[in-house]
Write a protein that binds this ligand. Structure first.
Ligand SMILES: Cc1cc2nc3c(=O)[nH]c(=O)nc-3n(C[C@H](O)[C@H](O)[C@H](O)COP(=O)(O)O)c2cc1C
Length: 350
């Protein structure tokens, strides 16, 4: 497949250089490159995934951080992603941390990054979104605070961003879980989250854009119940679980990919357990999803839609086509035609 050649060349370069060059190429030739990577699959009820808050036409989305500035949306919309999440965007452009700050952990099919929300800022992202064509894909915008913004003022950054993007995307995400912005993860404390949601309350009264919160896999499991309660109290659409994890033995920053799978799975399963009892929250699973088996596992636990980042770097669009094949096989074995029917029967299917 063409991706093998692409990867062979890209993996000879420094990881961030390769990333920049790839995004640039994909943004310049979205149509040609998507064709070379296998194109999209026909959209129909077959793979349609109905969440409480939105509908994806494939159950796998692109996780935040890969196309931070929405430069290559036209490309990602032409391959089998059901949703594309851009950002994290901060109100003002910022450089991020010192380089090098993105590393491949080849043997573990994982990545380590300490990027620090490098991004072109909200003005540029706004323009790029308006100039892009997401086709019929769902577009999410992931929001963060600037490094220079104090913890007390963080809510104002989220408010500004919420106001700016609420009408030009399909969902929004409050990101309080990156390990690479000092103090950001402290905003996951219940009282800090409450402040942020309260700051957005007025705006949200006149806006129906679904709002999610993205959390860290390093949170104590006991804190998850409180997060679900808060999400319910403020009528959030759901929780995206999880961001990268800290593994000091691997170096500073956040680790993603296969090394994260188990940890993220424990958090998402706990969230699914808590929220299924008494809420309509959508739990979007992310963290070490690298093939159909991970998706199946998530479905069996009650989840519906996932996102991925690292496995896309290691496998390219093949990971999406492999997932499609896995779904087709389940359909065939169980004489089913669409995901909605599969979800109804999922507890009886092995
Ligand atoms: C280089 C890199 C940059 C990332 N940047 C962001 C970001 O800006 N915002 C965010 O919410 N998550 C970011 N993430 C986290 C991913 O969206 C995802 O939650 C995490 O990588 C786990 O998924 P994975 O194992 O499929 O990679 C980043 C991940 C990587 C590897």
């Amino acid at each position: 497949m063409f991706y093998d050649f692409f990867k062979f060349m890209a993996f000879r370069l420094d990881a961030e250089k390769a990333h920049e060059l790839s995004i640039k190429t994909l943004s310049m030739f979205p149509h040609a490159s998507s064709e070379l990577f296998g194109g999209d699959i026909p959209h129909s009820k077959r793979y349609q995934t109905n969440l409480n808050s939105m509908q994806w036409n494939f159950p796998v989305g692109l996780a935040a951080g890969l196309d931070k500035n929405a430069k290559a949306v036209d490309f990602f919309a032409k391959i089998p992603f059901g949703a594309i999440e851009v950002g994290t965007v901060t109100p003002l452009a910022q450089e991020g941390n010192e380089k090098p700050r993105l590393f491949r952990l080849l043997e573990e099919q994982s990545l380590r990054n300490c990027m620090g929300f490098n991004n072109a800022g909200s003005e540029q992202l706004y323009e790029n979104i308006l100039n892009s064509n997401k086709l019929d894909k769902v577009l999410g915008v992931n929001l963060g605070k600037n490094k220079i913004t104090s913890a007390e003022d963080a809510k104002l950054d989220y408010l500004k961003l919420f106001q700016k993007f609420k009408d030009i995307c399909d969902y929004l995400v409050i990101n309080v879980s990156s390990p690479n912005t000092p103090g950001l993860r402290d905003l996951q404390r219940h009282e800090s989250m409450r402040e942020i949601f309260e700051a957005l309350e007025q705006e949200r009264k006149v806006c129906t854009t679904p709002l999610f919160i993205k959390i860290s896999p390093d949170l104590p499991l006991e804190s998850l119940e409180g997060i679900v309660e808060l999400a319910n109290e403020f009528s959030l659409s759901g929780i995206i679980a999880t961001n990268t994890t800290i593994m000091e033995e691997k170096g500073i920053g956040g680790v993603s990919g296969k090394l994260l799978t188990e940890k993220a799975k424990i958090v998402r399963n706990r969230l699914l357990d808590i929220s299924k009892e008494h809420s309509n929250l959508d739990i979007i699973g992310v963290g070490g999803i690298s093939g159909f088996d991970d998706l199946w596992d998530f479905w069996k636990s009650g989840g519906r839609a996932v996102q991925l980042y690292s496995s896309f770097i290691y496998q390219g669009p093949k990971v999406l086509f492999d997932i499609k094949e896995g779904i087709d096989k389940k359909f065939q074995e169980n004489k089913l035609e669409c995901l909605e029917d599969l979800f109804i029967n999922i507890q009886d299917i092995n």
